[in-house]
Design a protein around this ligand. Sequence first.
Ligand code: F0G
Length: 355
Amino acid sequence: MKTTWRGIMAEYAPFFGSPDPDSIVTLQEGGTPLIPLERIAREFPVPVSLHAKFEGANPTGSFKDRGMTLAVSRAAARGARALICASTGNTSASAAAYGVRAGLRVFVVIPDGKISRGKLAQAIVHRATVIQVEGLFDQALSIVREVASTHPIALVNSVNPDRLEGQRSVAFEIVDQMGSAPDYHFLPVGNAGNITASWAGYRAYREAGRLSSALPRLMGVQAEGAAPIVLGHVVEKPETVASAIRIGNPASWQGALDAARDSGGTIFSVTDEEILEAYNLLASREGVFCEPASAASLAGCLKKARAGAFSGGESIVLTLTGHGLKDPDAVFRTQTSEIRVPARKEEVLAVLGFS
Ligand code: F0G
């Protein structure tokens, strides 16, 4: 058989303490495509090299799998019987899948009515126990943190350091795929774990001698209605179409600030309109279908480009954090559906313009 991608813990074993292969719980996550976005790049005021790291290609459709393989492998090795997490949807989908693969019970606590149906379907189909709380993600997170600190159940939110350790692998892959780090790396910021982990990944790769070029600037993008880091205070009632990043009090707040400062990048916000513009652009020009929260990275990049932030020749990577199929309702909310005709060839030809 041809050699296949074995998942991040095996592919980057030295970065994860060279784990015993038998202890790894994996769905062969990672190894995601780095897709050139040439048509969108052509619309920039100056020439740039623009790529999307398409994390929707992970086994459960989001970047969360990179951290979950580590968190679940280690929880299982420590003898855990059950996992718990709070989630805006993707973490719960990933925890449910990896948990069931390890033979563990999984409990997911989600904000009532605010997670997309695709993600909810994943938690249900993998037999997780889904608990909707009448409140926000932030409240759900503080509940599960308390529960896990006083009861025998493993917490697999990104406050678990194993999660961030695994999520560093996206930076390893980008460097391997490009042969160097990009000049800029844009990504959406919600609970702020991913920007923290991506930055740690670039630094670890350089320390290990696997990256000799400069480190990238990390550009964190929040949704305007859920932008606590940009505002500098907790947002009590976060609101955005990008439900995955509808978070008012990010757990890795400081990590995000450090990543932006130390890399020479920044954290800023975009409007829901800008997010949806970018979401539609990716799908309609490039054939890349990501979920709304993911498109915040392109929205932020376009905003910077229009403000003249690039001088030409820069290389830019956008993390597209989750697959568009996670949230199909986002399409139907803004776009008209199919054309209906009687079941006759002539009717179809008329629509094609051949009549
Ligand atoms: N994009 C998507 C699709 C996400 O699901 C998340 C976070 C983010 C971006 C932001 O990443 O939190 O590391 O800053 N989703 C979490 C969840 C909160 O519960 O699935 P972050």
